[in-house]
Design a protein around this ligand. Structure first.
Ligand code: KG4
Ligand code: ZN
Length: 339
């Protein structure tokens, strides 16, 4: 089954053709990051406008690269939630138009489910059940993936997402948006023990995270240094901050895996590109004899190939939509029934 998949939940307009959930026939991404960089973060109104401009050429290129016409496609998968509402609406309305005109099934896909599905492309042997740490710009969840379409959140952030914390701390250090990516590189040349930073825990919820105190600690260090007209080493501060975030992520994920008896550990989302997180979880899994899966670096950030991967399993589970499909800014990963 060949799906045309569309993604427009944030600042990437993407289209892909994916066969049977695992084989990527084409994948096209138009990133808006350079434009949003000017403002230090994503400007929702600009994002919507750029999606409207890019969606037709990006989709056409995905079909051309796959060597297929719309008629040769078996269904249209689209990210419908969660994300920036104006941005999501562009993809959802375009997908509805395509599905109606070509008389193809319309398959709504949850953004975080698709991030997890990026792993099905990278590791064709991977099948649920497994435990997954989903770390993106907007979400930080530990998820028990029981089957392709049955997912249970067992831990979550109480405040900032890991990616958001990386971006905000990076911004305070003068690193341009999206700071997490750049900070990861800078941190490679810093001393991770140069600054003692808090490792916040949530009382009574061992799998939950809290990153806002850690972010504030870094911002305070920078402000105090400025007042004393001192300069802090950005590589040392980056390395210390990255280590603190990764310590928290690894600690809770390892505990969750141990206590739920998971044999397979998976990571997903933009922050799963973080080199320290990848190394550390790989070590933990090796020591404990667990299988470890991570998406290829080009599938960690937002893309449509992952939407096509998850869309296939949603279709098999009967999760298609009619012309009344709407975009939703917020949506639990369990789906609309959990609202
Ligand atoms: O999943 P994603 O592309 O978009 C959302 O769904 O939010 O995640 C984007 C986030 C940004 O906060 C970005 O700074 C972060 O992922 N990110 C990283 C790295 N690469 C991307 N954070 C830390 N280290 C990285 N290497
Ligand atoms: Zn994402």
């Amino acid at each position: 089954m060949k799906l045309l998949a569309l993604e427009s939940s944030c600042d990437e307009t993407a289209a892909a053709v994916v066969e049977d959930g695992r084989r990527v026939l084409s994948s096209v991404i138009a990133s808006q990051v350079e434009e949003h960089k000017l403002y230090g973060g994503v400007v929702p109104e600009i994002a919507s406008r750029r999606h409207s401009e890019a969606i037709v050429p990006v989709t056409q290129k995905a079909l051309d690269d796959a060597g297929l016409t719309l008629q040769e496609i078996d269904g249209i998968a689209v990210t419908y939630a969660p994300g920036l509402i104006g941005a999501l609406l562009v993809g959802v309305n375009f997908a509805k138009g395509l599905a109606l005109s070509a008389n193809k099934p319309l398959i709504p896909v949850h953004h975080l489910r698709s991030h997890i599905a990026a792993n099905y492309i990278t590791s064709p042997e991977l099948e649920p059940p497994f435990l997954c740490l989903v770390v993106s710009g907007g979400h930080t969840h530990i998820i028990n993936v029981k089957s392709y379409t049955e997912l249970e959140v067992i831990g979550r952030t109480r405040d900032d997402a890991a990616g958001e914390a990386f971006d905000k701390a990076a911004r305070a250090m003068g690193i341009p948006y999206p700071g997490g990516v750049e900070m990861d590189k800078i941190a490679e040349n810093g001393d991770p023990n140069a600054f003692k930073l808090p490792h916040p825990r949530v009382d009574g919820a061992p799998y939950d995270f809290s990153f806002s105190g850690l972010k504030t600690a870094v911002i305070n260090l920078i402000h105090n240094a400025k007042q004393k007209e001192e300069t802090l080493s950005v590589p040392d501060l980056s390395a210390s901050f990255r280590k603190a975030v990764v310590d928290c992520l690894v600690q809770n994920t390892e505990k969750a895996a141990r206590e739920t008896g998971a044999q397979k550990l998976v990571i997903a989302g933009g922050v799963s590109a973080n080199s320290l997180l990848r190394r550390r979880l790989q070590e933990v899994c090796k020591a404990r004899g667990w299988a470890f899966y991570m998406p290829a670096l080009n599938l960690c950030g937002d893309n449509a190939a992952m939407v096509g991967a998850q869309g296939y399993y949603e279709f098999l589970a009967g999760n298609t939509a009619g012309m009344d499909l709407n975009a939703c800014a917020q949506m639990p990963i369990q789906g609309p029934k959990a609202l």
